[in-house]
Design a protein around this ligand. Structure first.
Ligand code: FES
Length: 154
C-alpha cells in the first residue's frame, strides 16, 4: 500500500448544512487533513446503509455522515432516519470485524466551519489510531507489524 493511501476518509455531507460548513471552513482557511473526501448529498436521509458499506468495501478507513442539526433537516426527518441507520450499522460492523468507531454521524450547520474542521480532524485521528480498514488485508498486516503491541492487536 502506498503510504499516501492511508488514511482515506469519506464524508457524506448534506448540501444544505454540512457541505456549506465545509465550504466555510475552506473560506476561513481552517486546516484539516487532506485525506478527507467529501461527497455532497441532497440530505443525509439519502445515505443508505449500502452506500456506507460500499465505502468500506472500497477501502475507506473511516466514513462519516454529516448533516443538519436535528429539527433543521430540509426534508423534515432525513437526518433522524440516518442517525438510526448509522447506529444500526455500527452494531453490524462490529459483527463483521470492522471497528464501529470507523463510522460516525455528525450534525454541522452551514455556519459551523470550525466544527466541520474539528469533525474532519476527529475522524482522521480515529483512522490513524485504528489503522487501515480490515478489508485492506495487506495494508493492515503491514501496519500491524509496525505497531509495538502488534501481537495483542493481531
Ligand atoms: Fe440536511 Fe436533511 S437536509 S440532513
Amino acid at each position: 500500500m502506498n503510504q499516501a493511501d492511508f488514511p482515506k476518509i469519506l464524508g457524506f455531507c448534506c448540501r444544505w448544512c454540512s457541505y456549506a460548513g465545509a465550504d466555510l471552513a475552506g473560506s476561513m482557511r481552517l486546516q484539516y487533513p487532506p485525506a478527507i473526501r467529501i461527497m455532497m448529498v441532497p440530505c443525509t436521509g439519502r445515505v443508505d446503509i449500502l452506500h456506507l458499506l460500499k465505502a468500506f468495501e472500497l477501502g475507506f478507513d473511516a466514513v462519516f455522515v454529516s448533516g443538519c442539526h436535528i429539527g433543521d433537516c430540509h426534508y423534515l426527518a432525513g437526518n433522524i432516519r440516518t442517525v438510526k441507520r448509522v447506529a444500526k450499522l455500527k452494531k453490524d460492523l462490529a459483527a463483521m470485524g470492522i471497528e464501529p468507531e470507523r463510522l460516525e454521524m455528525f450534525h454541522v450547520a452551514s455556519g459551523e466551519g470550525p466544527k466541520f474542521a474539528t469533525v474532519c480532524r476527529e475522524m482522521f485521528a480515529r483512522a490513524q489510531k485504528l489503522g487501515p480498514n480490515p478489508v485492506k488485508r495487506e495494508a493492515r498486516a503491514a501496519w500491524l507489524a509496525k505497531q509495538p503491541d502488534a501481537e495483542i492487536a493481531a
